[in-house]
Ligand binder design. Structure first.
Ligand code: GTP
Ligand code: MG
Length: 195
């Protein structure tokens, strides 16, 4: 994929603010600090278009990035951050559930998991929501650079088992540091958006 243009579009807090041009959307969910924004930056080869934060749990909107007038990346707020209030957590849950249930433009959900650890309860819950609403899902195991190659298979196995992953869902190993998995992930994306 040759990236000719990438722009931040909007931080949406309400569905009325979502873009109306009907481009396909690829959304990213995952724990706070797992590397969602870094992954977007790596995909589009921009150092800091998607804001990477040192303040986990801060963003509570859907951040829209448009690439090549062809696709949106939708960066979800990270979940699982302990200091977030119960009210905020519930609002988060509602916003995300509504989005994945109703958003017709959503063509693929990337569930981003830190490859070093087994998926959390929230990861499992999110994955089950996605299955429940029949959202095409790709499991992205990131920070692969942080564990030795010899352990990759074992970690992938734990992740698949903990999620009870559907064998039809693709699993992509990724590193925003080294670029591992970037080409493969673009293949998965272009397949679903049909270019
Ligand atoms: P929230 O927006 O708070 O939910 O976080 P996020 O999921 O967007 O994570 P972000 O991209 O901000 O990355 C969090 C931290 O992890 C940053 O310090 C990144 O540099 C680091 N990081 C992200 N991806 C990788 C990776 O593949 N390898 C390594 N070594 N570090 C990474
Ligand atoms: Mg982020």
């Amino acid at each position: 994929m040759k990236i000719t243009q990438s722009d931040f579009i909007i931080s949406a807090v309400r569905p009325e603010q979502y873009p109306i041009d009907a481009l396909p959307e690829i959304a990213l969910a995952g724990r706070s600090n797992v590397g969602k924004s870094s992954l977007i930056n790596k995909l589009i080869l921009r150092k800091n278009l998607a804001r990477t934060s040192s303040q986990p749990g801060k963003t509570q909107q859907l951040n829209y990035y448009r690439v090549n007038d062809m696709v949106y990346f939708v960066d979800f707020p990270g979940y699982g951050y302990a200091k977030v209030s119960k009210t905020k957590r519930e609002l988060f849950g509602q916003m995300i559930e509504t989005y994945i249930r109703d958003r017709e433009e959503l063509k693929l959900q990337l569930l981003v998991i830190d490859m070093r650890h087994a998926p959390s309860k929230d990861d499992v819950l999110m994955y089950h929501w996605l299955k429940h609403y029949n959202v095409p899902t790709c499991i992205v195991c990131t920070k692969a650079d942080k564990i030795p190659k010899s352990k990759w298979d074992k970690h992938i196995k734990v992740i698949k088992e903990t999620l009870e992953a559907d064998p039809r869902d693709s699993v992509v190993m990724f590193s925003s540091e080294t670029g591992l998995g970037r080409d493969r992930l673009w293949e998965v994306i272009t397949e679903v958006i049909g270019t």
